[in-house]
Design a protein around this ligand. Structure first.
Ligand code: HEC
Length: 95
């Protein structure tokens, strides 16, 4: 029993470390692509953001996400998801 307690404590510590590190992770364009295709494609095409930089796209998505820019659907994205989407959209449309 003792051994297992120690392992689960170790796992707990690892999980805490992973959570703490989450905001520092780099934006992942592939996750952004999956998210876009799953949640945005019925209404948007990548070319909607053609020529925009990652920062501009991130700002636009942030404004929609926070409700600052009116949008037909509440997005409810995390900061990391906004960054992923921006990373994908800022490269995909211009290829
Ligand atoms: C139900 C259809 C629908 C879905 C789903 C949808 N959108 Fe939109 N979106 C719209 C419409 C319509 C507009 C135009 C509103 C306006 O700006 O007047 C818009 C506008 C936007 C804008 C502002 C335009 C700009 O670039 O300045 C952003 C950013 C945006 N959507 C991002 C997203 C993202 C990201 C997703 C997926 C997570 C998404 N939308 C899903 C319909 C949708």
């Amino acid at each position: 029993m003792r051994c297992c307690k120690r392992i689960s404590l170790g796992l707990f510590a690892l999980a805490v470390m992973a959570l703490a590190a989450a905001p520092l992770r780099a934006a992942d364009p592939r996750a952004g692509q999956a998210l876009f295709q799953g949640s945005c494609v019925p209404c948007h095409v990548v070319a909607d953001w053609k020529g925009k930089s990652g920062r501009q796209v991130a700002q636009a998505v942030t404004d929609v996400n926070s409700g600052k820019h009116e949008h037909p659907r509440k997005l409810g994205l995390s900061d990391a998801q906004v960054a992923d989407l921006a990373a994908w959209l800022s490269t995909a449309g211009t290829r």
